[in-house]
Design a protein around this ligand. Structure first.
Ligand code: ZN
Length: 128
């Protein structure tokens, strides 16, 4: 039994064993030969991969919060809410550090001014 079939893709006459089995088809074989079917499959995968990537890109653009969430989860294992809380805490810490630095600076300048004043007093008032 040497049944052959012509592939609809490459138009070559090939042995039936060169075609994948397809139960729905009349001759129980695919219309394209194994080589063409495989190529078609690869092309489909590539096409859908780029389609999927395109979809993901657009989705991330539309929902930057979700994308940020994904990145945070991936990198640090935290959610966007955790991140905001951390960020707020950090802002509070930074503000309090700034406040203390300012207070310290004011204190320091006051001390320096007092010392200068004392120096002035000593040099100009007492010495006279
Ligand atoms: Zn073919």
């Amino acid at each position: 039994m040497h049944e052959t079939k012509v592939c609809t893709q490459c138009k070559q006459e090939k042995m039936l064993s060169e075609f994948y089995i397809e139960r729905r088809a009349l001759d129980k074989r695919t219309s394209a030969c194994k080589v063409c079917a495989r190529q078609k499959g690869i092309k489909w995968l590539e096409k859908n991969k780029s389609k999927r990537n395109e979809y993901l890109r657009r989705y991330r653009k539309l929902r930057p919060d979700l994308e940020k969430n994904r990145q945070l989860k991936h990198r640090f294992g935290i959610t966007l809410e955790d991140y905001h809380e951390l960020k707020n805490n950090r802002v509070i810490i930074v503000l309090s550090v700034k406040y203390h630095l300012m207070m310290w600076w004011q204190m320091l300048t006051t001390v320096i001014q007092q010392e200068k004043l004392e120096d002035y007093y000593v040099q100009n008032v007492i010495m006279d």
